[in-house]
Design a binder for this molecule. Structure first.
Ligand SMILES: [Zn+2]
Length: 395
């Protein structure tokens, strides 16, 4: 059996009411055989539409169901399903027309009307008409109708507009209504504010936003990363190092993000033994290659080039990595001449090409691949779902 594409679901939803309607219609019309549209014609249209739908021929299915909706102007469900289908297919203008047409009906129940408003709001979102969508969703919240959905859309609008105060406010309202914690997402919003303040060198405001982030999520990795940068920026190197070390304790996946500023803090504090202890510990409890490369560089300066190469070779046997190999080639190039050097250069070029253009991060919600880390997935807009890719070509 073939699987049904997602955009067929709304049409499937209209099969049930239409089936019921057909039965009612057959009963009502059985004595009116002189009518222009006969029973058999309606039910055959219905089954033809169903057939197109199951054969994944959405265009023909739409045509048939549009005629059905036209024929019986009371079929609200049909309109809703059609509008939804148009939107999912990217035909937003048609979706908007269907939903506006539906809302304009005088005999609509309150429930039907608010459902249509919610759908229209989603059409506006898809069309990029965020102002109109915001008004509709705000109205729905005021009407106490579909509040969780409307609030989620409003949060989406405010985070798109980077209006973090409103995003936080609405996330808190959603939390109160649903009884489920939005803490991690609210913490991200506070981190966005902290980043903005830090960029403007408004350190006190940045710290205040971070305090709120920690209040929303005490173990917020991002808040510790921002805190580390904030402390380093103000010259508090030990506090910076502590914040970055905390990141490694909370989530070892973020070590590559904090390694450069952390190693910089250690260097400026002249605490290279602390750096070595930290790296050895991380290598023991993670599979990433970044700490291995960092420790090899540290050994190169403290124990000499040969010790570094020996360490790197030993580690690469346990965790094969293209990036590790590139570092090893770079280190070996110094001491090689002639043909060996030529071969190493070819190998270096090859490894570079291998990881060039490779996604280093992937969203574990939608599979979106990225070369840089994003706190919010650019594709599915989920917060905190983009993670480093492990493996030979990755971290
Ligand atoms: Zn995603």
């Amino acid at each position: 059996m073939t699987t049904i594409a997602p955009y067929f679901l709304p049409l499937l939803a209209l099969l049930l009411p239409l089936a019921a309607f057909s039965g009612w219609y057959i009963g009502r019309r059985s004595s009116e055989r002189s009518r222009r549209v006969g029973v058999s014609e309606l039910s055959s249209s219905y089954f033809r539409g169903l057939n197109y739908l199951l054969n994944e021929q959405p265009d023909k299915a739409i045509e048939v169901f549009l005629k059905l909706a036209e024929f019986n102007r009371d079929t609200v469900e049909t309109h809703l399903a059609l509008g939804n289908l148009f939107r999912r297919r990217g035909e937003v203008d048609r979706a908007i027309r269907v939903h506006q047409h539906l809302i304009a009906r005088p005999n609509l129940s309150n429930e039907e009307k608010t459902v249509a408003l919610l759908e229209l709001g989603e059409d506006y979102m898809r069309a990029g008409l965020l102002d109109r969508a915001e008004t509709l969703f705000t109205d729905l919240v005021a009407m106490d109708a579909h509040v969780p959905s409307a609030l989620r859309h409003l949060i989406g609008i405010y985070q798109h507009e980077k209006d973090w105060d409103k995003a936080i406010d609405h996330a808190r309202r959603l939390e109160r209504i649903n009884g489920e914690s939005e803490g991690p997402v609210i913490a991200q919003f506070h981190c966005e504010q902290a980043e903005q303040a830090r960029a403007a060198k408004n350190f006190a405001a940045a710290q205040a936003h971070l305090d709120q982030a920690f209040e929303s999520q005490p173990e917020c990795v991002r808040a510790y990363i921002v805190l580390g940068h904030l402390e380093a920026q103000q010259g508090n190197l030990d506090a910076a190092a502590q914040a970055f070390e905390r990141v490694a304790t909370l989530d070892v996946d973020f070590v590559p993000e904090v390694l450069p500023p952390l190693l910089d803090a250690y260097a400026r504090l002249q605490q290279m033994q602390r750096a070595e202890r930290f790296l050895v510990d991380i290598i023991e409890r993670s599979h990433g290659v970044s700490p291995v490369i960092a420790l090899a560089k540290l050994y190169a300066s403290t124990r000499g080039e040969n010790a570094a190469i020996e360490f790197l070779t030993r580690q690469l046997r346990q965790r094969p990595s293209v990036r590790g190999l590139m570092t090893l080639i770079g280190a070996t190039l110094h001491n090689s001449q002639g043909e060996a050097r030529e071969n190493l250069l070819i190998l270096q070029d090859l490894t570079r090409k291998l990881i060039e253009g490779q996604a280093m991060y992937r969203c574990n919600k939608c599979g979106f691949g990225a070369k840089a880390h994003h706190w919010q997935c650019p594709s599915c807009k989920t917060w905190g779902s983009v993670r480093p890719i492990h493996g030979v070509a990755g971290e």
